[in-house]
Design a protein around this ligand. Structure first.
Ligand code: IMP
Ligand code: MG
Length: 176
């Protein structure tokens, strides 16, 4: 068991299982993107560990870069605005794969997808390590999923609780 601040976390997806599934995802990309030179765009911070392992198992020609998503309350509307930071590459006519640690409500990915799609890539897909189908609040097609999980808070392998827990080499779930 791991304690972080006020919460306890118990093992959920062990490292071996994670690594095996990541190799399978890489194999899918090797097949689907052969000779397409895809650009993997990792969403920081959560995806850094996952994309590192995924990238090592990709054997086709490919590139990697990272973005950050900044959220702030808009003064002109009631909604939360999400801004993509850090993308230097020209993605026009590129085959883009957005790599996320987890899709929860789907709102982050919906925004990121929309903003990147407007730059006219040749294709754009979403790949996520974890997916909580019950938490989804917006229509979103997630193309590659590592694990579908129940709607509970998880940490480890890049995912954090208030900044901590990212260094764990497996996924842990909050104990309720
Ligand atoms: P969404 O916009 O609700 O899909 O949220 C996506 C982001 O929320 C993810 O990229 C994570 O940073 C964070 N998040 C959602 N669920 C969890 C969780 O269970 N553990 C840690 N972070 C989470
Ligand atoms: Mg994230």
């Amino acid at each position: 068991m791991k304690q972080i601040k006020d919460k306890n976390f118990v093992p959920f997806i062990e490292s071996q299982l994670l690594q095996a599934r990541i190799k399978e995802l890489a194999q899918l990309l090797n097949k689907d993107y052969d000779r397409k030179n895809p650009l993997l765009i990792g969403v920081l911070n959560g995806s850094f560990m996952f994309i590192g392992d995924l990238f090592k198992s990709i054997e086709i020609e490919c590139e990697v870069t990272f973005i950050r998503v900044a959220s702030y309350q808009s003064t002109t509307s009631t909604g939360e605005v999400k801004q993509i930071l850090g993308l230097k590459e020209d993605i026009r006519n590129r085959h883009v794969i957005i790599v996320e640690d987890i899709v929860d409500t789907g709102m982050t990915m919906q925004e990121v997808l929309g903003q990147l799609a407007s730059q006219k890539p040749a294709s754009i897909k979403i790949l996520t390590l974890l997916y909580k189908p019950e938490a989804l609040k917006v229509p979103l097609k997630v193309d590659y999923i590592g694990f579908e999980i129940e709607n509970k808070f998880v940490i480890g392998y890049g995912l954090d609780y208030d900044g901590f827990g990212r260094n764990l080499d497996a996924i842990y779930v909050v104990q309720e």
